[in-house]
Design a protein around this ligand. Structure first.
Ligand SMILES: [Zn+2]
Length: 172
């Protein structure tokens, strides 16, 4: 079933009416994000506020959320929080980008139309790391290092308090 955020809308009208559109999208439903990284889940919520700047259609995209990716070091799931606020200029053709000031990210609105999903997709893509990896080492060890050889000392360590318990009780 098509969602409201997946529908291409007329940019002229949205900017003229200063439309405000809220969204809540499962990231797995963003095809360009799915094709860039392996997505395990996640959602993004936020708002697109359309307007005009010097006769140009613009939009402010605010989003918050989280994507679940697969860490490329340990191959376990990792959560990446997303938080972004970007001003975009909605361009009718690619060569309009040359005249654009640095305050706006150019986004191509094909045939003068854009969907909320396309804008969100653009933002999520910009926030993704090239290679997703856990930042902290303790929770992130390559899989080949977590074989039986690695698990043995961990088990021994958890058994040590019980080994000392007999001695402790006999002292009483
Ligand atoms: Zn990891």
């Amino acid at each position: 079933m098509p969602q409201p955020w997946s529908k291409p809308l007329a940019v002229d009208r949205l900017s003229r009416e200063a439309a405000v559109l809220d969204f809540d999208i499962a990231v797995t439903q963003l095809p360009r994000v799915s094709s860039r990284v392996e997505l395990l889940g996640g959602r993004v919520q936020g708002r697109v506020h359309f307007g005009r700047d010097a006769h140009r259609a613009v939009a402010e995209v605010t989003l918050e959320g989280e994507v679940q990716l697969r860490c490329q070091r340990c191959m376990r799931p990792m959560a990446l929080p997303l938080s972004a606020r970007t001003s975009v200029a909605l361009l009718g053709s690619a060569h309009e980008a040359d005249a654009l000031s640095g305050a706006f990210e150019p986004v191509l609105a094909r045939e003068g139309r854009i969907s909320v999903a396309e804008l969100v997709e653009e933002e999520v893509l910009l926030s993704l790391p090239i290679v997703p990896m856990h930042a902290e080492q303790p929770q992130c060890r390559p899989l080949e290092q977590t074989g039986p050889a690695e698990q043995q000392p961990a088990e021994a360590a958890t058994q040590r308090p019980f080994a000392g318990l007999g001695k402790l009780l006999s002292q009483k």
